[in-house]
Ligand binder design. Sequence first.
Ligand code: UDP
Length: 140
Amino acid sequence: MAIERTFSMIKPDATKRNLTGAITQMLEEAGLRVVASKRVFMSTRQAEGFYAVHKDRPFFGELVETMTSGPTVVQVLEGENAILKNREIMGATNPANADEGTIRKVHALSIGENSVHGSDAPETAKAEIAYWFSETEIVG
Ligand code: UDP
């Protein structure tokens, strides 16, 4: 199986509750390696740009507001089948539907405050990594 990279975020609802370490530990225990990480306070413009694909959805305004309400930890994760593996350990978007033991089941508060983001496909992973990191910031 190929070694992949994916993009991950620990969202403000989680950083505000001091869960950066707990969530990172769950990612590492799932076999993912953090090869880049930084803490950012997203501007409205950065949040709107990152989530541009959702700009016509009814929850867009709330999403941008939530993502600019506190610090976010942006990360690049590396490992076998990393994109799918990360989606599995994250759990369903709505924590009420997330499987036992997933990050969202354990830590998320609601669909809007669901603690983590993870790329859903190789093309989005590439674009999302490039949105936040330069090549020299990624140390495999
Ligand atoms: N979201 C929301 N309400 C919804 C659907 C999505 O607030 O009805 C937010 C939620 O934080 C989610 C993000 O928008 O994580 C992006 O939605 P997507 O469908 O891409 O879910 P994800 O890939 O994060 O599971």
